[in-house]
Design a protein around this ligand. Structure first.
Ligand code: DHB
Ligand code: FE
Length: 284
């Protein structure tokens, strides 16, 4: 049977991808941001996940105002890195897992969670930057990737509670897939950041760290944080953090943090990263 063995969360700041692509990761400005991912790269080399369900948002690269799916699943054989204005990033093509993706689509939709099925989609920094942070610069990505794209760009984004419930539905879907697969789920985006307007550059380290604390166990409070709190406390783009709740919802009631990293600033943004392991309750 397929199993979700871990959940990871990470910022997906495009400048981190550019720093990696341009060989600048050892420069004094970037080194501390990248250092917090060394543990995870070594750990991933041992874990060797077969598939990563990668929850991210598209930033008007694959979708635009013509079509705005709230939740979409990528079922294609492969996904090309998107051209975000400077040409596509020089990273490997992202290989999908169509069988598991279609199984998740079927399971979630019959479970009353109506995902949009996408058979052709380019993937932007929201998806490729976390791959770089966790896997470095390999010739080929070491895992298959199932993209789950979430609308957090155009109002209204989904609620945190709905995201958490989607994570739970994805976990049920994976658990009913017969092949023995080591599956991870990643949530990306955040942490606090605002890229435009009078509050551009806003970072709220205290709120971010409390979110990281609460992500490990506390479920009720976290899933009911209202949109207005993300907006007020973490800036206009902090709403990306609802995507971390899809990852967290897929891990069940209790988790253990294996690794955690927080650094400011990188570009205009706070870098946050956590690795969580589900804790299965043992019957007394
Ligand atoms: C930036 C863009 C993002 O999508 C993000 O999540 C963080 C930072 C940026 O342009 O700096
Ligand atoms: Fe983003």
């Amino acid at each position: 049977m397929a199993r979700i063995t871990a959940g990871l969360a990470s910022s997906h700041i495009p400048a981190l991808g550019a720093a990696s692509d341009l060989g600048k990761t050892a420069e004094p400005y970037w080194a501390p941001a990248f250092a917090g991912y060394d543990w995870t790269r070594n750990w991933e080399a041992e874990q060797k996940p077969d598939v990563v369900i990668l929850v991210y948002n598209d930033h008007a690269s694959a979708f635009d105002m013509k079509i705005i799916p709230t939740f979409a699943i990528g079922c294609a054989e492969e996904f090309q890195p998107a051209d975000e204005g400077w040409g596509p990033r020089p990273v490997p093509v992202v290989k999908g897992h169509p069988d598991l993706a279609w199984h998740i689509a079927q399971s979630c939709i019959l479970d009353e969670f109506d995902l949009t099925i996408i058979n052709e989609m380019d993937v932007d920094h929201g998806l490729t930057v976390p791959l770089t942070m966790m896997f470095g610069r390999p010739q080929e990505w070491p895992a298959r990737v199932i993209p789950i794209a979430v609308n957090v760009v155009t109002y209204p984004p989904p609620t945190g509670n709905r995201c958490w419930a989607l994570g739970e539905a994805i976990a049920r879907a994976v658990a009913s897939y017969p092949e023995d697969l080591n599956v991870q789920i990643w949530g990306t985006g955040g942490m606090s950041h605002q890229l435009q307007g009078p509050r551009a550059g806003l970072i709220n380290a205290e709120w971010d760290n409390r979110f990281l604390d609460r992500l490990q166990g506390e479920t009720q409070e976290l899933r009911h944080i209202p949109h207005i709190e993300y907006l007020r406390e973490t800036g206009s783009e902090g709403i990306e953090m609802v995507m971390w709740l899809i990852m967290r919802g897929a891990l069940g009631k209790t988790t253990r943090a294996l690794h955690r990293h927080y650094h400011v600033p990188a570009s205009n943004t706070a870098v946050g990263h956590i690795v969580l392991e589900p804790v299965t309750e043992t019957l007394e």
